[in-house]
Design a protein around this ligand. Structure first.
Ligand code: GH3
Ligand code: MG
Length: 589
């Protein structure tokens, strides 16, 4: 038979024992009838019970399931039998547990006890052997209990486990014997391999096999020897002997069966990890595998979602960086401002500011206060960056509100719009400038001069300057040369006038200049003389000589642009009439 086969046999034999022992025992109990005999105490016996109600009984430790203590409570077949006797006689039994035989003998010698319970005759010391005893209340076959692997036909080669104080059988070598304190210790020694075999009653083997979950052993009924269980009287007290004997005899087979069954069904199993593994190894491994697979899948799922989350965060970070967006959060209740890494990178403030409203950043920088204004969308603010530059940001705030609609949390972003602003500015400027000469274009010139006229009450001068015979230049030297002439003249005009003067091109070869402030006639003349010189424009080998005609109106009081323009235009016409390269000044006083 395989090792595992033996183990199964061993376990099965334990259960077999439990069921078979009941019928066997009940049949073996000497003198017991099927019917419970009512116990009738004589008058003397009743008086004895009244005078000696307490009976002290001692038993050996580890004698389960016959009698034993568990968690301070006395249990077992004998305990139940004595309860029955107690019920019938009126005796009260008090129990003392002896750890070893010497202790038991000492209690007997000192007359501390009245009875000793449940020691088979084989294990009695000589002194106890001669004492009076009850009829046996339980009989059991002797069973060989041995470690799996022991050859039952050569037991003399193996180590025998005995209860201390027991006689060593004659045919056994004493060096091959080990002693243990009690029955349970003997059985445990065989299970653990400290000894190889022992003999025990089938009740104890069944009980401890279930309780301790033995798995390295097997038991074989011997049919050669029996264990009888009885009570031993310490004193030759005839009355006590007569009462107890009567009571034991009165126990019916049914009483005993139910007592044994009750004890067999109440074995508390010591569940060790090894026992559980032995019994449920396959199931445990399967469950562990399933759990491991589920755990692995969960871990994989968590890993993947974390990876995805990281990727999303990184994408979002990149997007915000590319789009020039800077995120921040503000916990309204806790008054904590938290900036994203990107925001920290550009602004000169920490990533997390506790008590933001009291912080110096908030106190000193009014722009930063805007960050915690709820539902602020589209407002613009200028922030000083780490590098010292000030840039313009558009601010968008959104609030998470509580049930009372108060903001609990504000999430916002700053969008850097400096470049956009600059572009707009450039476009606006571009729209005001004449593409060829870089001077104000006609519309802008007129608008600016109109505005200047309206706001100025000082003497002002409006110049209209026209290039003489410009058409000829185009015709003779080509259009590009004409453009060059226009550009050079524009440059000369710029140089001639002050920065605060409005200088613009208002037609093909016509320019308009407005001077305000205390403009004198002399200054106007001076400017006209300056412009009257012949302008030489060269391109490669070509030289063009250009002259200008100038019409000026000098007004000492407020005048409308349209009026001034008309007068200056007439002055120009006069200058042209007088021959080219001249000027005419019209004074309005
Ligand atoms: P006047 O002395 O009487 O002013 O004669 P003019 O030849 O200058 O006559 P007019 O003012 O009629 O001629 C202006 C010419 O300027 C007509 C047009 O072809 C030319 N012109 C207008 N805009 C441009 C330009 O942007 N580039 C060039 N090259 N020529 C232009
Ligand atoms: Mg002209």
């Amino acid at each position: 038979m395989s090792k595992r086969g033996y183990r199964i046999f061993a376990l099965l034999s334990v259960f077999f024992c439990l069921s078979s022992m009941i019928s066997q025992t009940t049949a073996s109990v000497n003198g017991m009838s099927d019917q419970k005999t009512p116990i009738l105490l004589t008058k003397d016996e009743q008086q004895y019970v009244n005078a000696h109600p307490i009976i002290n009984i001692a038993f050996m430790t580890g004698s389960a399931p016959i009698i034993f203590s568990e968690n301070g409570e006395i249990k077992g077949i004998l305990k139940n039998i004595l309860e029955e006797i107690s019920f019938q006689t009126g005796f009260e039994f008090r129990y003392t547990e002896a750890d070893n035989r010497d202790m038991l003998s000492a209690m007997a010698n000192n007359q501390e006890i009245d009875l000793i319970g449940a020691i088979p005759s084989q294990y009695l010391s000589e002194a106890l052997h001669n004492k009076h005893r009850t009829k046996p209340f339980l009989i059991s076959d002797t069973t060989l209990f041995m470690r799996i692997g022991v050859d039952a036909s050569k037991l003399s080669d193996y180590v025998l486990a005995l209860i201390s104080g027991s006689q060593v059988p004659e045919d056994i070598d004493k060096s091959k014997v080990k002693f243990y304190n009690c029955r349970e210790a003997v059985l445990n020694a065989v299970e653990k391999g400290m000894a190889d075999y022992c003999y025990a009653n089938e009740f104890s083997i069944a009980y401890y096999s279930i309780k301790n979950g033995y798995k390295n052993v097997m038991s074989i009924p011997q049919n050669k020897d029996i264990h009888e269980y009885f009570l031993i009287y310490i004193n030759e007290d005839e009355k006590l002997i007569s009462i107890i004997d009567k009571a034991i005899e009165s126990l019916s087979i049914i009483d005993l069966q139910s007592i044994i069954l009750q004890n067999a069904s109440q074995i508390e199993r010591n569940i060790s990890w090894e026992t559980v593994m032995y019994l449920y190894a396959t199931q445990i491994i399967l469950i562990a595998l399933v759990v491991m697979i589920i755990l692995s899948l969960l871990l994989l799922l968590i890993y993947q979602s974390r990876k995805q989350y990281k990727r999303h965060t990184e994408q979002h970070r990149l997007l915000t960086r590319i789009s020039g967006e800077y995120i921040y959060e503000y916990d309204v209740k806790k008054d904590i401002l938290i900036l994203s890494d990107e925001t920290v990178n550009i602004l000169n403030i920490p990533k997390r500011i506790e008590a933001f409203k009291k912080s110096e950043f908030f106190q000193k920088n009014s722009e930063l206060r805007e960050l915690i204004h709820t539902d602020k969308a589209g407002s613009e603010l200028s922030l000083v960056l780490k590098n010292g530059d000030a840039e313009i940001f558009r601010l968008i705030n959104s609030a998470i509100r509580n049930k009372k609609q108060e903001p609990d949390y504000i999430v916002g972003k700053l969008i850097n719009i400096s470049e956009e602003k600059q572009r707009l500015h450039d476009l606006r400027i571009k729209a005001q400038i004449d593409g060829l000469t870089g001077l104000y274009n006609s519309d802008t010139t007129r608008t600016l001069i109109k505005q200047a006229c309206e706001s100025s009450s000082d003497t002002s001068a409006l110049f209209i300057i026209d290039i003489d015979k410009f058409k000829n230049i185009n015709d003779s030297y080509g259009h590009p040369m004409g453009d060059k002439v226009l550009t050079e003249i524009a440059l000369s005009l710029k140089k001639c006038f002050r920065d605060i003067d409005i200088v613009g091109r208002i037609g093909g070869d016509e320019f308009c200049i407005f001077m305000s402030g205390n403009i004198t006639q002399n200054l106007v003349k001076e400017k006209c003389e300056q412009l009257r010189r012949v302008h030489t424009v060269s391109e490669y080998d070509d030289y063009v000589f250009v002259t200008l005609s100038i019409g000026v109106v000098l007004s000492k009081e407020y005048a409308k642009f349209e009026d001034l323009y008309k007068i200056a235009d007439e002055a120009l016409y006069k200058a042209k009439q007088n021959g080219f390269n001249g000027y005419h000044i019209h004074l309005i006083s």
